[in-house]
Ligand binder design. Structure first.
Ligand code: SF4
Ligand code: SF4
Length: 389
């Protein structure tokens, strides 16, 4: 069996979701959670308060702006898909008897039918499960809301900030959803935020639907999406054979490049696993630093990999990245868009991507060609006429 191309150097420490920049930016100044977190991490207090401006501006109720309008359009509704009864639930009584090979084929085909552009199955390694809950929403009650939500499922963990996350599922269905590159190139702006949120919403809905399908077969299953991750989506996707971990910190898929939003479903339904892939990304990224030299925040390393919690990888600086988002008022996607692998599928692109995966030593020439045809720097385009902003 092939091995994933990330390099484990020792014991891998589980990551605490409270340490992600998205959990830290959401800490309400003066709240009990904020005080406790910054008593333990006093060096992060000032930066976290500045990070928080990105999200507080989106939630500001002082009047409509296109940024807030588009954010609420896609991310507002999406929050409801984080309800415990959407992401999790009790399996149906009795179990459908399926071979792991047939079950994997069915689940991946269903995911694609429902809207995933790519889907794969791999093991759920305990090291990719967050140790504690850190991101909203949190749930205090077990209010019944029949027929959609019958209270807190027994299997649901991580209801409140700081709760320990226990997830014993052994398999993961990883899914990737491509964004419209033409609209993304009108960013960073409220317009690109709309597209990011549109695709995240689709990825969340499909994850909830696939999890519901598996539970209806009689097996435990939990959806993980942008509003309710209990796992690190990128290494889970790497283990499921969707691509490799790239310099920018994203999953790099052979055809879609960095243009995928990820969600997944973890389950105890026995599933045949896909093999992890080696498409030459480690060597290619070693020679190509286009994302690092183009990142407006200087958040992507242009040097060698370092060891982070037991994994040797390029470690992007999430604080610098989010501070830049805060400055421009929208999610930045420059690294994803300039990557030579990120193109809409076409015969030419697919052929070049195939060649690059077999000949990563040719990265220098391929990046030069990419610079010539698509630009050495990122150039923002105008948005479609019908859009506000
Ligand atoms: S999203 Fe933008 S700021 Fe963040 S790492 Fe990518 S290019 Fe840099
Ligand atoms: S831009 Fe280059 S270095 Fe960055 S992820 Fe893409 S291939 Fe790797």
């Amino acid at each position: 069996m092939a091995e994933p191309t990330y390099e484990i150097t020792g014991a891998v420490e589980r990551f605490d979701e409270r340490d992600t920049v998205f959990a830290r930016e959401a800490l309400v100044p003066g709240s009990a959670n904020e005080k406790i977190y910054h008593e333990t991490n006093p060096h992060l207090r000032d930066i976290d308060l500045r990070l928080g401006r990105f999200i507080t501006d989106k939630l500001d109720r002082s009047g409509p702006t296109w940024g807030r309008t588009y954010y609420q359009t896609v991310f507002g509704a999406l929050a409801h898909l984080a309800m415990p009864g959407c992401v999790d639930g009790q399996p149906s009584p009795g179990r459908m008897d399926l071979t792991p090979a047939r079950a994997a084929r069915m689940v991946k085909s269903l995911a694609r039918y429902l809207g995933a552009d790519v889907a794969g199955v791999g093991p759920l390694k305990p090291e990719w499960v967050y140790s504690h809950r850190g991101a909203r929403p949190f749930f205090k009650t077990e209010e019944p809301n029949l027929p959609l939500f019958e209270g807190m499922p027994e299997t649901y963990t991580g209801r409140l900030y700081g709760d320990v996350i226990e997830l014993t599922h052994r398999h993961a269905v990883a899914m990737g959803f491509a964004q419209n590159l033409d609209i993304l190139k009108a960013g960073p702006s409220e317009v690109s935020d709309l597209e990011v949120g549109r695709v995240y919403a689709k990825s969340a809905l499909v994850a909830c639907q696939v999890a519901a399908f598996i539970r209806s077969l009689g097996y435990a299953a939990r959806a993980h999406h942008v509003r309710s991750y209990c796992v690190l989506a990128v290494p889970v996707a790497v283990d499921a054979g969707l691509g490799e971990l790239a310099r920018s910190g994203h999953l790099l898929h052979k055809i879609c490049g960095l243009n995928l939003r990820l969600s997944c479903v973890t389950t105890d339904l026995p599933l045949e696993h896909d093999a992890p892939v080696d498409i030459g990304v480690q060597e290619f990224c070693e020679r190509c630093v286009k994302c690092a030299r183009t990142c407006p925040a200087g958040a992507i390393p242009d040097g060698r990999k370092t060891v982070v919690r037991g994994v040797r990888k390029w470690q992007m600086d999430a604080e610098k990245c989010l501070m830049y988002w805060s400055r421009v008022g929208a999610a930045c996607l420059v690294c994803q868009l300039v990557c030579p692998w990120t193109k809409a599928p076409s015969l030419l692109h697919n052929t070049v991507a195939h060649f690059a995966s077999k000949a990563p030593w040719a990265a220098g020439a391929l990046v030069l060609a990419d610079d010539l045809f698509f630009g050495r720097t990122y150039k923002r385009r105008s948005k479609p006429d019908w859009m506000g902003g």
